[in-house]
Ligand binder design. Structure first.
Ligand code: PLP
Length: 450
């Protein structure tokens, strides 16, 4: 498409005048005006094109504007754009069936929401009603969404300003060997000590007061920390022993991101409730939901579930989910994610880590990778302090600017960059992005202490 700076300027001016942006000091941001997007790329009105290594906010798992999904949305819009949630609707029934067929174990009933945070809200409400218990245990270094309960179970700094109404939420440390809270030196120690810490937390909180433990199967924005072998099975066992509902949040990790349909498949674990959103339809139309076990569904078999949404199972969003899941099957996109991750992304990131002293650790799986950037590899001091802003965050800002100057739009959170492109990124695109990352890491290297 032809650059059109005049239109871009008008888009930007109306944005600055009237759009109130998420998580931001409104006068300190400078949003890029985006003219279009296709596949793994988007472009602005000045003719600059970016390779999107963020998949939006880690949700465009099939890339932008997949023609089959766009066509399915158009077709659904032409036949039944919307319909109220109390009715049986073809696209809703089909989306629920396709999702339930892929979720682990007996998670066979689907409650649809508008996104991830409200899926978490409803999962925790279901857990409290099912057990009759008040408390929820959640992990530090986690993100579960921006609504009141979801932000209160979140374990990153976005929670701090939102802590009113957090009654009944208790946080614990989940395993993360590279920055171990347990003085562990091996994954086995980290796993055993994290489970011991969780069980002690349960005992001191009072097992009969705890409705749910919620964890991201693989924590996403907080740093892509793969749980060590045995951890999730251990949490499952603790939940069974103490009658606690196990909630896995797969909003970011689900729908192919880890090279499996769900990250739970990597660990052979079945939760009682599983939340999803994002990749379910690549975010083409807002959609999330909760997959519900037989036992919890039974609680609400004769007793009404006290919760709902006007747009629960919105036909347009569900048609997008049906088309997305079918496209992922037809094009082998989940397998492609596993393959591209193992054969291209992982070896390239490990090679970058050898050459760039700012890379402290490379970790991830599938198309879900983090580079933990450090000032000092020995001490593992992060490249910028935890939750740094302004001048203190300058090294990460410089890294980000360098990536963009090389045509790569990077995902950055605190001292990390995440490599989370669409699952169907081509080999050539992946290599192009990795080359830009190489150049940007040279800028990060300048902040390493000698
Ligand atoms: N849970 C996880 C693991 C997430 O990563 C997110 C969003 O990034 C959410 C929940 C919240 O989802 P949403 O922004 O759709 O409300």
């Amino acid at each position: 498409p032809q650059p059109n700076p005049q239109v871009g300027a008008a888009v930007k001016a109306a944005d600055r005048a009237h759009v109130f942006h998420s998580w931001s000091a409104q006068e300190l941001i400078d949003p890029l005006a985006v003219a279009g997007a296709e596949g793994s790329y988007f472009w602005d009105y000045d003719g600059n094109r970016y390779l999107d290594f963020t998949s939006g906010l880690v949700y465009t798992n099939i890339g932008y504007q997949h023609p089959k999904v766009v066509a399915a949305i158009q077709e659904q819009a032409a036949t039944m754009t919307t319909f109220a949630p109390a009715f049986a609707i073809e696209s809703r029934s089909e989306a629920a069936r396709l999702i339930a067929e892929r979720t682990p174990g007996d998670l066979d009933k689907i409650f649809f929401t508008n996104g991830g945070a409200d899926a978490v809200e409803h999962a925790l409400r279901m857990a409290r009603l099912h057990t009759g218990r008040p408390k929820v245990l959640s992990a530090y270094r986690s993100y579960h969404g921006g609504t009141q309960q979801a932000i209160n179970v979140t374990g990153d700094p976005r929670r701090w300003a939102n802590d009113s109404g957090s009654a009944g939420v208790v946080r614990f440390w989940a395993p993360f060997l590279y920055r171990s809270r347990f003085y562990a030196e091996t994954e086995e120690q980290e796993c055993a000590r994290a489970l011991e810490h969780l069980e002690a937390t349960i005992q001191f909180e009072g097992p009969a007061t705890i409705a749910a433990i919620i964890l991201e199967t693989v924590p996403g924005t907080a740093g892509i920390m793969l749980p060590p072998a045995g951890y999730l099975a251990g949490v499952r066992e603790l939940c069974d022993r103490y009658g606690i509902v196990f909630v896995l949040d797969e909003v970011m990790a689900g729908f192919g991101r880890t090279g499996k349909w769900f990250a739970a498949d990597l660990y052979d674990v079945t939760p009682d409730l599983m939340t999803f959103a994002k990749g379910v339809n690549s975010g083409y139309v807002p959609l999330g939901g909760v997959a519900i076990s037989a036992a919890i569904a039974e609680t609400f078999a004769k007793r009404p579930y006290p919760g709902g949404l006007t747009y629960s199972g919105h036909p347009l969003a569900c048609a997008a989910a049906v088309a997305t899941i079918n496209v992922m099957e037809e094009e082998g996109i989940v397998e492609q994610a596993a393959r591209t991750g193992a054969e291209i992304i992982e070896p390239a990131l490990r090679e970058l880590a050898e050459r760039h002293p700012s890379v402290g650790e490379v970790r991830g799986v599938g198309m879900f990778w983090a580079l933990d950037l450090v000032r000092d590899r020995e001490t593992r001091e992060p490249l910028v302090p935890y939750n740094a802003t302004g001048e203190a965050n300058a090294p990460m800002a410089a890294f980000g600017a360098a990536a963009k100057a090389h045509g790569l739009w990077p995902f950055i959170n605190m001292n990390r960059t995440h490599v989370v492109p669409p699952l169907n990124v081509t080999e050539a695109e992946a290599k192009e992005g990795l080359a830009a990352l190489d150049a940007a890491l040279s800028v990060a290297d300048e902040h390493v202490v000698a």
